[in-house]
Write a protein that binds this ligand. Structure first.
Ligand SMILES: *Cc1c(COP(=O)(O)O)cnc(C)c1O
Length: 495
């Protein structure tokens, strides 16, 4: 088998080992790492279907993390997917109203980010050891609400690491903010910024590209890495659950071997759906990838017209983790669509940076035929939660509801009744006031925790530990800075 190495979407001749790519997070040329080839699953689905989550994880990840030994990788997997998850199967697959909801929120911070962020710290520590890194690794992360807490939980008190999280003050849910600002651990730092997620993400990318800062930190014994979905240490672990859900459906006799399924994903930074696309390229029988956006529907417009245009108002919606206008991981799909032409990709990304837009050729658009895109307004989202609850008693969070609505519309429009998996990305408890508003308007009263209790009565779903925990937890972080002062805040924490 060909050994997979990593190149950059802005430098096709670069070759880095998987462990080095994980340590760096983002390439120094500003590009994202991509494997030199997308490997094929080398074990039949009929064999995968009798495996548990950890075993499937190994079969997928071993193809990408080629400089990790079997022992190292199995150790990372065993340390990540353990009792931190509240279900032994790590994920659940729930059938409701014509689709299979793949519940990815059974980890420590009740959003799908836990799927990859419970393993990333282990991959990173292993990678640091393999590369004789003496520096402390500083994880620098921008969050639209869920990555922050999942990364904090993953890196809390991990020796040899520090983590700094920037979140948009006023742009995340009450529970999301409370989860982050109550984070313990001397190596953690949480800072609100006066700006939106795109501002935070762009500023963080600039800090990565800041050579002078890199050199100063190196002298002090620090180096940056990323816990955002630009890191392949996050992207690859996300492929696993798509493979796993397919073989679970197979094992349960819900689909026949080789039968194609559709996958619908509520999308923001384009990481989760890109993982589904990679699963397809690895040979998983997948037909369409349905990309669901909220009112920040830059991706819907892009797939419809071939023009990516971020010049528009940024909206704060009831699915805040998808409030994004610059979907970083789309660069990876663009790169593939150019035939891995780094020059062409640089041209488009430069246009995005300078003019806020780019357009793609007809050939590139045809390359993306696997994708269908739709969007849901805030109103559509709440109505969808209400409808599903009334029909089935099953409660969705607002992000998953965006996907559920877009999928129903897709089916109405196309008549396509291919069996479909919908990525369910957060527990409804994380967005309680809006979820409650959708299913029980009269009772949206009291504080956030009263509403949690009411939601529990209505849904019959146990209140997750992650919510119980923050009821009485002490606030540990209260710093808020302007975007221009983010660099100073980083230096201050590391001094
Ligand atoms: C991050 C997130 C998304 C969007 O995922 P991307 O990989 O950024 O597209 C959707 N739903 C929830 C709950 C999230 O936390």
């Amino acid at each position: 088998m060909e050994e997979i190495l990593y190149k950059s979407t802005r430098n096709s001749s670069l070759r880095l080992s998987a462990s080095k790519a994980i340590l760096k997070g983002l390439s120094e040329d500003g590009g994202l790492f991509m494997p030199t080839a997308i490997p094929k699953l080398d074990i039949p689905l009929s064999e995968l279907k009798s495996m548990d989550y950890r075993e499937v994880a190994y079969e997928v990840m071993k193809l990408y993390f080629s400089d990790f030994t079997e022992d190292e990788l199995k150790h990372c997997i065993a340390s990540a997917y353990d009792e931190k998850f509240d279900t032994e199967s790590i994920v659940e697959l729930v059938y409701a109203n014509g689709a299979y909801y793949l519940e990815l929120f059974h980890g420590a911070t009740i959003a799908f980010k836990d799927m990859a962020l419970s393993i990333l710290p282990h991959l990173m520590i292993t990678a640091a050891r393999k590369n004789d890194i003496d520096n402390d690794i500083v994880i620098l992360t921008a969050t639209s609400g869920d990555t922050g807490k999942a990364a904090l939980a993953g890196f809390d008190s991990v020796p040899g690491t520090k983590i700094i999280v920037f979140y948009p003050k006023g742009g995340v849910s009450f529970i999301q903010e409370r989860q982050m600002v109550t984070q313990t651990g001397l190596n953690t730092c949480v800072i609100g910024i006066k700006g939106n997620f795109d501002d935070a993400q762009t500023a963080v990318k600039n800090l990565f590209a800041d050579k002078e800062l890199r050199e100063t930190l190196d002298k002090k014994g620090y180096q940056f890495s990323s816990a955002n979905s630009i890191n392949i240490g996050r992207l690859i672990p996300q492929i696993v659950y798509y493979v796993y859900s397919y073989v679970k459906l197979l094992a349960e006799g819900k689909i026949a071997e080789g039968e194609k399924i559709n996958i619908t994903v509520p999308t923001g930074n384009f990481g989760n759906i890109l993982a589904a696309y990679m699963a397809k390229r690895m040979g998983l029988p997948v037909d369409r990838l349905i990309c669901a956006s909220n009112e920040n529907k830059v991706l819907y417009d892009f797939f419809s017209t071939g023009v990516y245009d971020r010049n528009r108002d940024f909206k704060l919606t009831n699915s805040p983790s998808m409030d994004i206008l610059i979907s970083s991981n789309l660069e990876r799909l663009i790169y593939l669509a150019t035939g891995e032409d780094d020059k062409k990709n640089i041209e488009l990304m430069t246009s995005l940076k300078e003019n806020g837009r780019y357009d793609i050729s007809a050939d590139m658009k045809a390359f993306m035929d696997d994708f269908y895109a739709g969007f849901a307004s805030d109103e559509n989202t709440l109505a969808q939660i209400g409808r599903l609850y009334d029909d089935t008693g099953y409660v969705l969070d607002t992000h998953t509801a965006v996907a559920s609505y877009v999928y129903d519309e897709y089916r109405k429009k196309t008549g396509d009744d291919t069996k479909t998996v919908i990525a369910s990305t957060a527990s409804p408890y994380k967005f309680t006031p809006n979820v409650l508003k959708a299913i029980d308007k009269e009772n949206v009263t009291g504080d956030a925790f009263d509403m949690v209790d009411r939601l529990c009565e209505l849904s019959g779903v146990k209140v997750p530990r992650a919510v119980e925990e923050i009821k009485s937890a002490k606030i540990m972080h209260d710093k808020v800075v302007e975007v221009k002062d983010m660099k100073a805040a980083v230096c201050d924490f590391l001094k």
